[in-house]
Design a binder for this molecule. Structure first.
Ligand SMILES: C[S@@+](CC[C@H](N)C(=O)[O-])C[C@H]1O[C@@H](n2cnc3c(N)ncnc32)[C@H](O)[C@@H]1O
Length: 251
């Protein structure tokens, strides 16, 4: 079973970021499918327009219902239809994992000041946002979603861990990493990473993950909680914070 992303857009030529690198290679191998549908090909407007003025006045233009709806109907099996929109709940790793189990997902990329509400009411199942700010079109948001979801599809990441060590996968941020040389401008790679002791390396990395998350995203740690062992590991690194760390223990 493979996931196909159908992307409805008036800018089908700007998707290079998901047509290269890890995601592009997965598409070339047929592990995922990326199909772009040019909304403009479906307009019945004699000037080829896909936008018009909002009724009641107001800033900017809106995408008209006819071309988007006809483009969507041409897909055949759209699966879950998602509108990229600043009004939706924010995309997170959990949602990406959920979406990665689908076979078909259709992404509607808004432009201008958005879409005629009738499009949303009739074809959209869910709205998803990439963050609490406004960008100029849904294409960048769709690429973010395609990339993040594809990484959760088995076989897309060429390594055995399949992204499970990445930040956010288990409610923690990734531990700090080092590559060659062993000494750079007088700063050494931590000895434990050169020791070859896998259990010690595992513990060191877990401690690093916990510390990164404690310092940079305490909200994530508050949500996830700590086991007693994890709390001990973290307290050993920052004894002064023991009280705050103990308060995070969930059993
Ligand atoms: C300029 S925005 C329109 C914003 C709209 N007037 C509003 O205030 O909600 C144009 C399109 O960009 C996309 N977009 C903008 N911000 C987004 C975000 N944070 N997440 C996902 N898509 C976004 C949506 O598809 C939207 O229809």
């Amino acid at each position: 079973m493979m996931i196909t992303f159908n992307i409805l857009t008036i800018f089908p030529d700007i998707f290079a970021p998901v047509e290269n690198g890890v995601v592009g290679r997965a598409a070339a191998k047929g592990i995922i499918g990326i199909r772009k549908i040019n909304i403009r090909d479906f307009t019945l407007d004699k000037h080829g327009n896909t936008d018009d003025y909002p009724y009641g006045g107001g800033d900017g233009m809106l995408m008209t219902a006819q071309p988007v709806t006809d483009a969507w109907r041409s897909i055949g099996n759209p699966g879950l239809t998602v509108l990229l929109s600043p009004k939706g709940p924010r995309l997170d790793q959990c949602k990406c994992m959920e979406l990665a189990s689908l076979e078909h997902i259709t992404l509607v990329c808004g432009r201008y000041e958005g879409l005629d509400q009738r499009i949303i009411d009739s074809i959209v199942d869910e709205e998803i946002s990439i963050g609490d700010y406004v960008i100029s079109g849904g294409e960048i948001a769709a690429m973010v979603l395609v990339d993040a979801v594809s990484r959760m599809v088995p076989g897309v990441l060429g390594n055995e861990n399949g992204g499970t060590n990445d930040s956010h996968f288990n409610g923690l941020l990734e531990y700090p990493q080092y590559t060659r040389p062993e000494v750079f401008e007088g700063i050494r790679v931590p000895d434990v990473l050169l020791s070859g002791n896998h259990e010690e390396i595992r513990k060191y990395r877990l401690a690093g993950s916990l510390l990164e998350t404690f310092r940079k995203r305490p909200d994530m740690l508050a949500k996830r909680g700590l086991s007693r062992k994890e709390a001990e590991l973290l307290s050993a690194l920052i004894p002064g914070e023991s009280a705050r760390i103990i308060a995070l223990i969930k059993e």
